[in-house]
Design a protein around this ligand. Sequence first.
Ligand code: NAP
Length: 242
Amino acid sequence: MTAFSLEGKTALVTGANTGIGQAIAVAMGRAGAHVICAGRSATADTVAMIDSAEELTLDFADPMAAQDTFQTHKTDILVNNAGIIRRNDSTEFTEADWDAVMDVNLKALFFTSQAFAKAALNDNREARIVNIASLLSFQGGIRVPSYTASKHGVAGLTKLLANEWAAKGINVNAIAPGYIETNNTEALRADPDRNKAILDRIPAGRWGQADDIAETAVFLSAPASKYIHGAILNVDGGWLAR
Ligand code: NAP
């Protein structure tokens, strides 16, 4: 077994029906994990791509939805990937758009991590949490106030939870994806001016693929990264280096 193998491990990925979450679930499976493909939408398509996988309904319209999940599903790796974005001028931004984004991107991430960690600590089991952060964990963005606040929060919680749990056998880290080709960024790619401006600023000269993030998530779940705690790994084609 190599330091990059997930043989014998069970990984739960939220938002595993599409985009980055689907790619992560498939990559975890390739690395040898049994994968619990969680989603508010059906994840049957993702399950079909993986040797050993199962479907689980988790809708973070209720951010506490995963409270009982880890009592019935023994899980070694949690990937908090589910996330949404709402765009509007800050003068017009509604409470509903604030709450919806904070509930899925931040509150659900914290309470799902709490439930997961309680189960692992109770069993004295080593465990991994990989959070999906964003460039807007570091930059301000524009017209996305709740998204920026939530993703700065994800970076902060990643460090806080690492501080609390590192000595107890749980590694907590995050990935900050750059501009990745998924549903989330379809509107940006459809706008020729925005698309060109983004591409011109990416040192790698291309949009990221979901698989670029997926392999990093495997690394942060595997023995190879056992001494990494509280890191936020930029996988952005060099965007933040610019
Ligand atoms: P996506 O294709 O829109 O996927 C988002 C995922 O979150 C979907 O599976 C979605 O399910 C799920 N989700 C949304 N609301 C949910 C809820 N209430 N309960 C459970 N699941 C819910 O976008 P993506 O690009 O793959 O995004 C994945 C993560 O990467 C997000 O956290 C996003 O912020 C982050 N990210 C993306 C980029 C990028 O460039 N694409 C950059 C930085 C960070 P449904 O399909 O059912 O809506």
